[in-house]
Design a protein around this ligand. Structure first.
Ligand SMILES: *Cc1c(COP(=O)(O)O)cnc(C)c1O
Length: 393
């Protein structure tokens, strides 16, 4: 039955399991442990460990499982494991697949903490790392080695909104016996069906659009049953990144409205791009499904919408960027994204402060670069706020 439901129906109903009370809203099982009627029952649970029987909160929880099953249904995955944060998902997914002497290829255009995990922690543990221009398939192909186990990328990327050819990288990875892991946060589960494009593992920071209202941290890793059960869980049930049941409950509620929110935010984003496009205070504007984007054709072929983030560069470097940020009245300065509230960030002085300056410049993150996470406000108010602030430059 559920397999035939459309996404919006799944977002509201998939994964729900009711207790004997028949509660309408998803129940919050705020418990660390589980009680057994007999010693034999305890013994049996530790042997079987079926997905409906729980033994300890670090291994699983009924509310967390409802969130996982709703995400499994939306993503078309076989299985999933929810984590405390997006970074617990990224690091847990990579650590469990790699050992000393293995090789990983990663796109350079990564979220700052993802870059630290790949370029610092993995190297420290004796894993070979090759960073490539994610948009150039030849670089992925040339970087493949006999010990390459993982290819890792973010598409669309933060904050430059680069689009990688997911099917193309998946083919290259698979030809060499490696797995493709994709951080799909910016594209959201709605606008890019990453597993269908060929990725083996997909990761979300649920902190962003899945909560979408600025409350809880969370993450999730989705993939095949074999990957989740035999590779991810054995490593991660002992290292301990489990999601809190309370946060899972908030995320379940977030999923009920994510489609309405992200559709409206993406519509707002498009209107903002059109309004700012020819503004003389702006050097360039980036949005994946706008014709001016360098990977526009690829973006429209693998995404249904361009996402909720718009990036642009103002004329006049850091001074101009700061004057612009400080003049905004509705749009709030914050390094978060995917929120109902529109948020604006100056990456060079915040999220990408620790990135090597040469690498930052070659990635196009200049002193005038601004990342705007578009919220749910009325687009006319947002455009007016942006226009008036641009006047202050
Ligand atoms: C925010 C973010 C993360 C990390 O998520 P947290 O929930 O903050 O740990 C990872 N990748 C991307 C692309 C992000 O935007």
């Amino acid at each position: 039955m559920m397999e035939n439901w459309k996404t919006r129906t799944k977002l509201v109903h998939a994964g729900i399991k009711r207790s004997q009370f028949g509660e309408l809203s998803e129940a919050l099982f705020l418990t660390q442990g589980f009680a057994y009627d007999t010693a034999e029952q305890a013994e049996a649970r530790f042997i079987q460990n079926s997905s409906d029987e729980y033994i300890y909160g670090r291994y699983g929880n009924p509310t967390v499982r409802m969130f996982e099953e709703r995400m499994i249904a939306i993503e078309g995955a076989e299985d999933a494991f929810a984590t405390a944060t997006g970074m617990a998902a990224v690091s847990g997914a990579l650590f469990c697949m790699l050992k000393n002497g293995d090789h990983i290829i990663s796109s350079k255009a990564l979220f700052g903490s993802c870059m630290f995990v790949v370029d610092d922690i993995l190297r420290r543990w004796g894993i070979e790392v090759t960073l490539v221009e994610g948009t150039d398939l030849n670089q992925w192909r040339d970087a493949m080695q006999s010990n390459t186990k993982v290819c890792f990328l973010e598409s669309i990327s933060n904050p430059t909104l680069e689009v990688c050819d997911i099917a193309g990288v998946a083919d290259i990875a698979h030809a060499g016996g490696a797995k493709l892991v994709v951080d799909n946060v910016f594209a959201t589960p709605l606008f890019q069906q990453t597993l269908k494009l060929g990725a083996d593992v997909v990761i979300y920071s649920a902190t962003k659009h899945i909560d979408g209202q600025g409350r809880c941290l969370g993450g999730i890793v989705l993939g095949s049953k074999e990957y989740i059960q035999d590779i991810f869980i054995p490593f991660n049930k002992h290292t301990g990144p489990a999601m809190s049941p309370f946060n899972a409950w908030v995320m379940l509620k977030g999923l009920e409205t994510i489609s309405l929110r992200c559709e409206a935010q993406a519509e707002n984003a498009k209107k903002i791009v059109n309004a700012l496009k020819n503004n003389i205070k702006i050097n360039r504007i980036l949005y994946p499904t706008d014709e001016s984007h360098p990977q526009y054709d690829l973006a429209i072929s693998q995404m249904t919408k361009g996402g909720t983030v718009v990036s642009f560069e103002v004329n006049g470097g850091k001074d101009a960027a700061f004057r612009f940020l400080n003049a905004l009245k509705i749009i709030t300065i914050s390094n978060n994204l995917g929120d109902a509230k529109s948020l604006v960030t100056h990456p060079v002085t915040t999220t990408h402060k620790n990135m090597d300056p040469d690498m930052r410049n070659s990635a196009g993150i200049s002193d005038g670069f601004i990342r705007l996470s578009v919220g749910l406000e009325d687009p006319e108010d947002l455009i007016l706020d942006l226009m008036e602030a641009l006047q202050k430059i």
